[in-house]
Design a protein around this ligand. Structure first.
Ligand code: BTN
Length: 246
């Protein structure tokens, strides 16, 4: 992964550029990045503030996995980011399924979008956004209590090219395993150890519905087990209910 790297000063959204280029033969492994995004997108159609100094990039993969393993793309990207930033001395954690936290506050997120052909993922764009080297004042006021930047939290900037290279290296390794049929399961224990969600009260959006409860565990397939009331659990995968029990 990481060849070619398509850099531009400014783009609306690196995910949108990658989705457009996908139709024009963008090769597997390409990375679309930008100095700033003017129309950055988050999950659930939210706007994603993307000022200069951050890391805004999208990794493009062809035929990554079976459709039923699509949620792994996000989970493995979160792990790659975590491994890479920890390697750079930034002690991030994961909030299930796709948030990167630093000191309990959101400092990054992942937005994977897939195109499927039958039971297979034909291609996917994995958008990664990291609030890296800019002051917290550049984030919208309404999220400043819940979000942070690496510069703000650590009091120092990170080496962005080095961090990008590390993330791509980790992701490459994890996606090779995914292609070979070893998906999330192989990293389940490591992922769980890095996940700050377990043992905390959570609210998960499942379509228009909200489920509240105590996050109890992560299943070997990456879904989250929530105890909604004493003895009653629900298992959700990427905001989708798999089953309810008891
Ligand atoms: C989230 O937590 O809601 C996901 C945020 C994902 C943001 C990244 S930045 C690069 C890529 N391009 C986008 O427009 N979004 C993703």
């Amino acid at each position: 992964l990481g060849s070619p790297i398509l850099w531009a000063e400014s783009r609306a959204s690196t995910n949108d550029t990658a989705l457009e280029l996908a139709e024009k033969g963008l090769p597997h492994g390409a990375v679309v990045t930008a100095g700033e995004q003017t129309g950055g997108r988050g999950r659930r159609d939210r706007a994603w503030a993307s000022p200069r100094g951050g890391m805004w990039f999208t990794v493009f993969v062809r035929n990554p996995c079976a459709l039923r393993h699509a949620p792994d793309l996000t989970l493995l990207a979160a792990l790659a980011v975590c491994r890479a930033l920890r390697g750079e001395g930034v002690p991030v954690e994961i909030k299930w399924p796709n948030d990167i936290l630093l000191g309990g506050k959101k400092t990054g997120g992942i937005l994977a979008q897939i195109r499927a052909e039958g039971e297979l993922v034909d291609h996917a764009v994995i958008g990664i956004g990291l609030n890296a080297n800019f002051p917290i004042e550049e984030l919208p006021e309404e999220i400043r209590d819940r979000a942070t930047t690496i510069l703000h939290a650590m009091g120092r900037p990170i080496d962005r090219p080095k961090a990008l290279a590390r993330i791509l290296m980790e992701l490459d390794r994890l996606y090779r395993d995914l292609r070979d049929g070893r998906g999330f399961q192989a990293v389940h224990a490591e992922w769980t150890a890095l996940c700050s969600t377990i043992g905390h009260e959570v609210e998960v959006a499942i379509g228009d519905q909200r489920v509240r409860g105590m996050a109890r565990s992560i299943e070997p397939d990456g879904s989250l087990v929530i105890e909604t009331s004493p003895g009653v659990t629900r298992t959700v995968v990427s905001g989708e209910v798999l089953f309810s029990e008891r």
